[in-house]
Design a protein. Structure first.
Length: 177
């Protein structure tokens, strides 16, 4: 084979070479997904900082869904739309990140987990809130207000984040690495 043929016909790839490329591509994809989820967490936390400054200037203390009634109905309606848009954005990047449905679902769980954990991290950085893991928070407004202690989503999404990260790397890739 002359030099031109070598350029035209690349060498066949070994199974290890193909897996190596897939592994690198998957790592980059998961890293990009993580970066997106963390950036979304910052945006979410900043919005909550604004809301708390506007509607809870004396401090955020919530016990029941009635405690969010200080926020005007029009603003709560916008908050529901913002939450829905956040879910759609997280689902869209998970959909774009992978080809198979199972991987897309795990990617969504991974992104959602990082987003939620990051949200609480950035709330703590920006506001020094929550004061304790037992503090009550509004988790979501869809379909209605979900209220509970901060430790619960931290526990659930820590576990789901680890499991989804693990599921995004098939065992054949784990063995070759």
């Amino acid at each position: 084979m002359n030099e031109i043929e070598k350029l035209i016909h690349p060498l066949p790839r070994t199974q290890e070479g193909v897996w190596g490329e897939r592994k690198i591509r998957r790592k980059r994809t998961v890293a990009a997904l993580a970066a997106y989820a963390i950036a979304m967490a910052v945006v979410e936390a900043v919005v909550v900082v604004y809301l708390r400054e506007l509607y809870y200037p004396d401090g955020f203390l919530i016990q029941t869904a009635a405690d969010i009634r200080v926020i005007p109905r029009e603003i709560l309606r916008l908050e529901i739309w913002r939450e829905l848009a956040t879910l759609i954005m997280l689902a869209a990047v998970a959909f774009l990140a992978f080809d198979r449905l199972k991987e897309r679902l795990w990617a969504f769980v991974f992104a959602f987990s990082l987003w939620d954990l990051g949200y609480y991290l950035f709330l703590y950085i920006f506001l020094r809130w929550p004061p304790s893991l037992a503090a009550l928070d509004v988790y979501f407004l869809i379909p209605s207000a979900w209220i509970g202690p901060v430790w619960f989503p931290l526990l659930i999404f820590s576990l789901l984040g680890v499991i989804s990260f693990w599921k995004l790397f098939p065992s054949s890739e784990k063995k070759s690495g």
